[in-house]
Design a protein around this ligand. Structure first.
Ligand code: DC
Length: 226
């Protein structure tokens, strides 16, 4: 049986940074499911599909072949044979993904792939619905959050470091809008699983969060053994 750590939470809570570190420490595979939804959104954008047209989104999504490969321990998202990692982290793709991930056919397609990966490997998987839908039997479930203001500031600092000009207020407004979309959609909304451990990272360092999750893992192992 594989060991599964599920981390869910809103955009900008630090899920991917923490999940990557944790996966490295435990020598597990890191599965960034948001990147899969982003690859699908990128494909739909490239094909000029209107995100509000659910039927068109569902139909077109069926011709996106998304797979995950690992190169030097890094997750590479391959869309119809092409490495698309470099195109996924823009605000445009993130906003499109927040809308198109509401589509049931999109979710069905990507959920199957995520379950397969977790059945074959020990994983740290992050997303919105991992503990609730994708891996309801995960060994450890974490719900990682932070205040919208803190998340916006982190994103702002990231963009500034990349040399981009941006507006902090607009970023915060986008974050609040995406939270609303992710939490209020009909299928697989973002919510804390009943058996998930809540961690608010607003005033914690990355290492503190990783250490806290490691402690939760140790506790779950002890309980398993006892
Ligand atoms: O975590 P992220 O910002 O890369 O995710 C991009 C979008 O994909 C986000 O708005 C919600 C969606 N998503 C989802 O619906 N389910 C997941 N398991 C992961 C992401």
């Amino acid at each position: 049986m594989s060991y599964q750590i599920a981390i869910d939470g809103p955009a900008g809570a630090g899920k991917s940074t923490i999940a990557k570190k944790l996966a490295k420490a435990k020598q597990f595979i890191y599965v960034d499911t948001g990147a899969m939804y982003r690859a699908m959104a990128y494909y739909l954008l490239q094909n000029h599909v209107d995100p509000r047209d659910g039927e068109a989104v569902g139909e077109k999504s069926q011709s996106a072949d998304i797979t995950i490969q690992y190169e030097k321990g890094e997750q590479v998202v391959v869309l119809n044979g092409e490495n698309v990692n470099a195109f996924l982290r823009t605000e445009e793709v993130g906003n499109m993904a927040s809308i198109t991930s509401q589509n049931p056919r999109v979710r069905e397609r990507l959920t199957v792939l995520q379950k397969e990966l977790a059945a074959k490997n020990n994983v740290v998987m992050d997303g919105r619905d991992i503990g609730t839908c994708v891996l309801p039997g995960a060994d450890v479930k974490i719900y990682l959050t932070a205040s919208p203001a803190v998340r916006a500031k982190r994103r702002f600092d990231e963009l500034v470091a990349k040399g981009e000009t941006c507006d902090l207020q607009k970023i915060e407004a986008d974050i609040i809008k995406r939270d609303e979309q992710d939490m209020n959609r009909e299928i697989a909304p973002l919510k804390q699983a009943e058996d998930a451990v809540l961690i608010d990272s607003s005033y914690m360092s990355i290492d503190q969060v990783v250490e806290e999750i490691m402690a939760v893992c140790r506790k779950s192992m002890t309980e398993l053994g006892s």
